[in-house]
Design a protein around this ligand. Sequence first.
Ligand code: KE4
Length: 426
Amino acid sequence: MMKNCYSEACEYLVGGVNSPVRAFRAMGREPIFVARAKGPYVWDTESRRYIDLIGSWGPMILGHAHPKITQALRKAAEKGTSYGLPTWKEVELAQEIRRRFPSMERIRMTSSGTEATMSAIRLARGFTKRERIIKFEGSYHGHVDSLLVRAGSGAATLGTPDSAGVPPSFVATTLSLPYNNAEAFKKVMNEQGETIAVVIVEPVAGNMGVIPPFLEFLKILRTETERHKTLLIFDEVMTGFRVAWGGAQELFGIQPDLTCLGKIVGGGLPVGAFGGRKEIMELLAPLGPVYQAGTLSGNPLAVAAGLATLQELRRPTYKILEKRGAFLQKGIEKKAQEAGIPVICQRVGSMLTVFFSEKPIHNYEEVQQTETQRFARFFNALLDRGVLIPPSAFEAWFLSLAHTESILKNVVEAIGESFQEITQNL
Ligand code: KE4
């Protein structure tokens, strides 16, 4: 008799998962358990195959089980899995990162995006000797206490943007402002700018669904922070190596003081990184008084997977990903029109979200007015047709180089049928 992975898992792992959004709770069904993956596909434990548009929430830009990554891991593993001492490969990965992100004059690697943002915030506070931080509603920067305020991603999906267990004092220094609202930001900076240590922003919002920035908004963040000697952090954990060869800062031509990376930079292994201006970064231990550390930071296996990934990502890659993204978006919009269902597809390169909405979405408040119940029905209709999208209306879908146009044609067909199915019981 097939074991029920989920009920068994719930006996050991909280909610049967190691990260909340994987539990499919907002979709009203048990999660699938993955047995293996290859290219654009994952197979569950019952051998059902899905075209995967989660892509491990971003890292799998080359597709699953890419031979270059598997080979690099095999080679690295034969030399041991962790030393707790510096290796040359970490320098090579740092070189590859800095080629793409010249603003990252000095870099520190971590084991997750959360560690990267948490450490960057601490460093910014140490450098400016100020305490207050600004983030934006619906943005998620990992489960850092001081940033779990009106957060997005799993926090938004669960409807608990402010997490329990975070003492009010930990968020008393956190201001959360509306995304894409340059006026609101400017006003706060005019009144309180001298007390603000740092502004952290997702330069393309991906944790409340994909919301492209107004360029003016990003420009104002940069000019106002400079004016008030506040640091600007681009959280590029999702957009880094995703939206352009040099990330969102290359795409929009805006240079932050600090950048946080994750996901793709580890090729599916646990890697995060943060970096920026030398004079800021050199405040970090062992050179300076801001402490930061990690047993597995720069781990040789993770670095090997990250290096193998970045070496496959060349500038022409992004033209291919842009073409694939545009193909999928066009197909989605055509099918929605045929089904007569109001849908907005918002996309930057190979990250996109389908919103059940009549009008474009520019911020968290507008996201909350979208039809999330309809999204759950759409998710389930697609899953039944072998297409796996993120189990949340507040997430980004990710394409990989393995999602060829013929694969995307199948996705578009399944989306069309799913739109038809959900309109039948609107
Ligand atoms: P991690 O600690 O999960 O590696 O990274 C946190 C993080 C930081 N910054 C941004 C912009 C992020 O998107 C994330 C993590 N993203 C979510 C998905 N939207 C991870 C998925 C999950 O929580 O299971």
